[in-house]
Design a protein around this ligand. Structure first.
Ligand SMILES: [Fe+2]
Length: 447
């Protein structure tokens, strides 16, 4: 059987709405907003043997916090045209790039007063209501010329979102750097030529550069011609490199630097060092989509490394930051594009404890969620009382391998190993998924 449809990865069948969730501990009163998470939740799979985890239509899970209470939980399919028809509903408003009928399944967040579900590879982002119902495809008020990404990077200094976007099969020879201004409209695009159609899942952003990860998971022509649903695979002949695109530059200004032969879904934060190099910490795999063609787990395990990218020599030097396995890295949003001290990771790839990594010392503080329980992507939410990095709460969805209901767990960022501040008991399992955000009401208000 396909492991990506089993156990904690199996989809849930129902959309649930629950109010006044039970809590063990105390929900911090200043947390006023929504915790959101997106992930694949296929509604019927035609052929489980060939199903790829990344291709299931999205389902968003959300918990609304206010006044020290967990007011509601909701889970909703992101309604692309296919899911809407399956549910007997009207199609979503708007049109996706390439007339795709897919419900974005990889990330969800708030920007420019709207809630967005996002995915890479060409589908237009979709807006949702505060209560997570689908509105429709929204290409930033029609200003987005192609597809988008699940991993835009926010610059707290400018209020911009930056993205590196690829689009299959309509743009085989280039990727596009997209800048969305703080008003929610695209203000700059730069097409960057690349060979071999690499799968570029994420990007990094510093004050000076946008980083383009041109790594050896590429279009597999034979798979694509044979009608394969997921036509990307490890290509050992594709040399890994990372491009430094000056934020105010053009494609001609990209400085390509030779990188270790590996794959990276997720960098943590990046910044410009005083000596002109770029420092980025990232979760890297020796191989990806080589033997395992149904998902990312079977080829190698992710380790946590630091790349120092030197535009003067066009090289990358790599060192291991910490022991163990690390995925879904995040950082304190206050230090985005600036030098950071901490990263927060899940003990991947099967997920496990939640980890705070001191990237200067390699020390790890672990929060073990208990026997049979494992945490997903951790999110650091800053406390209002301080501007210091790491002073905040860590929100993490914790699941039970035995299939019991999930919890949204709130940890103290200054004492991660301590007992949770709060365990919010959700009414059902949250299938293993991808990415989310804490969206304060101050950013995207109700209504
Ligand atoms: Fe991702």
């Amino acid at each position: 059987m396909n492991p990506y449809l089993q156990g904690s990865m199996a989809p849930v069948a129902e959309e649930v709405t629950a109010f006044d969730l039970p809590v063990t501990g105390t929900v911090p009163a200043e947390l006023e907003g929504r915790w959101l998470r997106n992930g694949p939740n296929p509604r019927g799979v035609a052929d489980p043997a060939t199903h790829h985890w990344f291709l299931g239509d999205g389902m968003v899970h959300g918990v609304r916090l206010r006044g020290g209470k967990a007011e509601w939980y909701r889970n909703r399919w992101v309604r692309g045209a296919r899911i809407a028809a399956d549910l007997g509903e009207d199609p979503p408003s708007g049109r996706s790039n390439g007339d795709r009928d897919f419900g974005p399944n990889t990330a969800v967040g708030g920007f420019a007063g709207k809630t967005w579900a996002m995915v890479e590879a060409g589908t237009t982002p979709m807006t949702l209501t505060y209560e997570l119902d689908t509105i429709g495809y929204d290409g930033f008020d029609g200003t987005l010329p192609g597809g988008f990404t699940a991993h835009p990077r926010y610059d707290p200094a400018t209020g911009e979102l930056h993205a590196v976007c690829y689009s299959y099969p309509d743009r085989l020879d280039r990727v596009q750097h997209v800048v969305v201004g703080n008003g929610g409209r695209v203000v700059k695009t730069t097409d960057v030529p690349v060979d071999g159609m690499p799968m570029i899942h994420d990007m990094s952003l510093t004050a000076r550069y946008a980083l383009v990860y041109d790594l050896p998971v590429c279009l597999d022509i034979e798979e694509a011609m044979g009608g394969g649903l997921f036509p990307f695979a490890w290509n050992p002949d594709h040399r890994a490199r990372v491009g430094l695109l000056p934020r105010d530059g053009t494609a001609d200004d990209v400085i390509w630097c030779e990188a270790p032969q590996c794959y990276v879904f997720h960098p943590a934060n990046a910044y410009d060092a005083d000596d002109g190099t770029v420092v980025v910490d990232l979760c890297r795999y020796d191989r990806m989509f080589d033997r395992d063609r149904n998902g990312p787990v079977g080829d190698s395990a992710p380790t946590f490394a630091r790349w120092v990218v030197d535009p003067a020599t066009a090289t990358v030097s790599e060192t291991q930051i910490a022991d163990g396995h690390h995925e879904f890295p995040t950082h304190d949003p206050r230090v985005g594009t600036r030098r950071h001290r901490y990263a927060y990771t899940a003990d991947g790839p099967g997920l496990g404890p939640t980890q705070q990594v001191d990237v200067e010392t390699g020390d790890i503080v672990i929060h073990d969620h208990g026997e049979g329980r494992f945490g997903a992507e951790p999110l650091l939410v800053p406390k209002e009382e301080s501007t210091d990095e790491g002073v905040g709460w860590v929100l993490v969805c914790v699941n039970d391998r035995a299939g019991g209901p999930a919890e949204l767990v709130v940890l103290d960022g200054e004492d991660l190993a301590a007992e949770p501040v709060a365990r919010i008991h959700l009414p059902q399992r949250v299938p293993d998924g991808f990415h989310g955000n804490w969206v304060p009401d101050a950013s995207v208000p109700p209504g």
